[in-house]
Ligand binder design. Sequence first.
Ligand code: ADP
Ligand code: MG
Length: 700
Amino acid sequence: MSINLQTPIDYLKGVGPNRADLLRNELQIRTYQDLINLFPNRHIDRTTYYKINQLQRNSAEVQIIGKITGFKDVAQKRGKRLVATFEDDTGRIELVWFRGQKWVRDSIKLNTPYVIFGKTNWFNGVFNMPHPELEPLKTHEQNLRSSMQAVYPSTEKLANKGITNRVMSKIMQNLFLETKGRFTETLPNHLISELKLISKSDALFNIHFPKNQELLTRAEFRLKFEELFYIQLQLILKNLIHKSKIKGFPFETVGHYFNSFYKSHLPFNLTNAQKRVLKEIRQDLGSNAQMNRLLQGDVGSGKTIVAFMSMLMALDNGFQACLMAPTEILSAQHYQGLINLSKSLNISIKILTGSSNTLERREIHESLENGKLQILIGTHALLEDKVKFKNLGLAIIDEQHRFGVAQRSKLWKKNTSPPHILVMTATPIPRTLAMSVYGDLDISIIDELPPGRQAIKTVHRYDKNRLRVLRFIRDEIDKGRQVYIVYPLIQESEKLDYKDLMDGYESIVRDFPQPKYQISIVHGKMKPKDKDYEMQRFVKGETQIMVATTVIEVGVNVPNASVMIIESAERFGLSQLHQLRGRVGRGAEQSYCILMTGHKLSQDSKTRLETMTRTSDGFEIAEVDLKLRGPGDIMGTQQSGVLNLKIANIVKDKDILQSARFYAKHILNKDPSLAQPEHKTILNTYRQLGKYKNIWNYIS
Ligand code: ADP
Ligand code: MG
């Protein structure tokens, strides 16, 4: 007979209705199954006992044998705290309770051997241990079955209501007794033997009650692998289903536009990475399935020409294409860029933004619907209902993190049949994260910069060296270069930031007086028109200095600008710093990025600055960013469901993730419907998991 793991937790020995409510509300544990999957945060070694005279002032958690010799109440601002004196044969410490004092007084026996466990603090010449775990030595000796003790997630409420870690352990023990520790295997035998995994039952036992360190490690590995394996399986399946269900327009021919551009009008040789990516896109477009591809490439890696040549494939097959960018400035730059590239091809290209006038709009709407207009570029104005294509074959989105998934699907609905979609981003997402979050998109990567680029020299300077920095700026301007000076603008402190920007601007105007120097300023409070005007002055070279907030972060291309000064650089995130730096180094001249900071820096700020001065590899920077901020912050809340892992950690368990993905792919390649007998376990587990919305809720 096997116990049904869907049994409500109320029925487990040692739980009862009150505790069941607490467990449900505080830890979302409803069933036996939920409880068994409450994995410990960590494990502590309970075989080592400290003597009081061995305690270190920085000591972590310790376990001590001794006796309580007395209690006293100590008045404090609000209420009182209970302090006990605890002694062993080498000294004494104080145990402190701020809550639950009555229970402690009533249940603890004086001058009786106890084992206490907890964190010690050094205060006023004595060690104290707040809210220790206490157990009579006798019980402790009887209970000791495992040297590594699990420490479970808890909440203040649980602790206050007496559900201590010891109680949790006890409940867990009851669960193992009741189920006899037998649990259904969830991975197929061939994987278990190939990867030398321990069985599900052994893994669960040893994660909760490790027999030794080695078994604990193997239990962790097995459970992490399983968790990541099923997520990957899900993502890959979704991709497969997408491909088989959603038909795309097959672009069968490589025709006149593409060929004549490739043969006669390429402005430069494509890098190998660009060629590889074009091939990947070409393959998608030529197949019967709708393309859903993410193109990652660092700033300056040359994504635009890839986008353009993909559009030519659409045009060659009689389809229209569009390119959507997050700002007017960027759209205008793309428009100009594509006009230049297509000069001798005789293609009709137009731009649509919020500031297009009625006449322009009418013309665009009309020529779009009758098919005369082949390529439309613009901002989210493209998403307006009035914008109707005759036959949109390819939609390209630049800088995807500015647009949401919702917008992607809006573009998608512009046709009876969805167009191919290419999303381009200059914010590299670490491969591991991309695999987990975008596992359902195909990913192309341009990991090579066009030849002849000089590395940008990046340095960190303190505010007190500002005079030297100003001298440097003057020298560069005298050589004919242009300079960006960027100030942070963070919403919460907008007013202050704005003041910083204005103060900075004024002092720069003093340091670089007219008429010799001309200065542009751009910030978020300006009207789009004024912003654009100032921007254009800089683009045309009429001004030498651009003072700005991060509005210039995205995509602006001024090849003559070779110096990027970032003020209060410690306040920017890594990916933002990297994006900003990408604004320079676009021309033939040596470029510089100077990170200005005050003297006091947090450890994280130091790491960010050190990373920026060490490397310009966007993927490496993204990895550091991921480590500093964690995956949730990087992806935003939108997709965080996928990152709600119970035991694995995307950053630390990269290798396991890769292996899990490899096996999931391999299995689905052989047996996409999981129909083979050897995959029965997978199919069953997969179906079972599907019932739990909390695991799969990120799936639309
Ligand atoms: P991003 O990936 O940041 O959008 P762009 O497409 O704007 O980069 O390209 C950056 C610059 O590099 C542009 O001036 C572009 O003309 C140039 N470029 C792109 N590919 C190559 C190449 N293969 N060889 C030389 N220059 C290139
Ligand atoms: Mg670009």
